[in-house]
Design a protein around this ligand. Sequence first.
Ligand code: NAD
Length: 354
Amino acid sequence: MDMLSVKVLVEPEYDVVIGKGIIESAGRLIKNVRPAGVCAVITDTNVEKLYLETVLSSLKNAGFTPHAYAFKAGEENKNMETLTSILDFMSEIPLTRADFVVALGGGVVGDMAGFAAGVYMRGIPFIQIPTTFLAAVDSSVGGKTAVDLKSGKNLAGLFHQPSLVITDIETFKTLTKENYACGSAESIKMGVISDPALFEIFESAAPSENEMEIVRRAVCAKADIVQRDEKETGDRKLLNLGHTYGHAIEKLSEFSLPHGYAVAVGLAMAARAAEKMGDMSAQSAERILKALEKNDLPVSSEFEAERIYLSSLNDKKMAGRNLSVIVPKEIGKCEIRKIPVSEFKTYIKRGMKP
Ligand code: NAD
């Protein structure tokens, strides 16, 4: 079997197993970290139809007793109501502290099932089985969990690391072109933050022929940052490159714009602003814009600078009256810059497509 593994060295450490066709062996892989027992498999209504049966039979074959719950797919359901329904489901099984949760799906499932596992009985273990490219390269690793509130994205959540991540790249085959591009956006972002070779795959090679390598590189890059700063008091902020712009745009679109698209627009805005402010060469900024476009991603939105600014004011990264903006310096190197919130308007204006 085509399989490799990356260790995330937090306390306690865990493996990210990446492979082809390994979803069928999920039960066996989980057996390495959890004793036989009861678990809740949380998924959404799209992934339910595609992969739930495979995961349930694999868990049963490995001696587990799984109970499945599927909520309605979509970012608009990443909220407190869905979280409550998941927790009610878990308590009705009933799950105990000896049991665990499996998050089977994209970033929305992972964020919510992880949150539920983190608060249920003050925290029980959970396993991530990401089924989108975006979740594989980003959200399944690092332990950030959250739901959206009316005021903005991911405003309620907690840090809760998974005990294991099982990424089967074969699941990307059923993604829409749009979903796939969202994974490219977060991977390109990771490349700009710290891995020029990862970025180059999106400039020249065909990403779909290099998925194992992309996921491995992105997970290694993220693990490296998370290991240094698990709770985002410093370097982990780098992972928010493009996100303050992106979250503001995502909210303005009332979540009709997929998260990865919003990140792509945010990344393009960060690159333009960095170029105009003399932080990044015109050539590097151009490479970022080109890589996004080459991978079917948008580099601008329909919203005006003023509206993006007003929308960004509710972003949780506003610490008091200052904001940490992530400034790209070159491909593979970014800087965290603390600025007064009002100055962010200038960054947004400079980030707009001329
Ligand atoms: P998603 O979970 O909504 O998945 C996108 C769509 O694809 C959904 O309709 C889903 O049902 C469907 N889907 C999932 N797997 C599929 C498959 N294999 N085949 C066909 N369809 C499939 O969204 P996403 O893009 O995976 O994740 C975005 C979310 O992740 C956002 O809420 C974002 O805030 C969050 N996120 C979290 C972190 C973190 O560190 N926790 C990092 C990045 C993003």
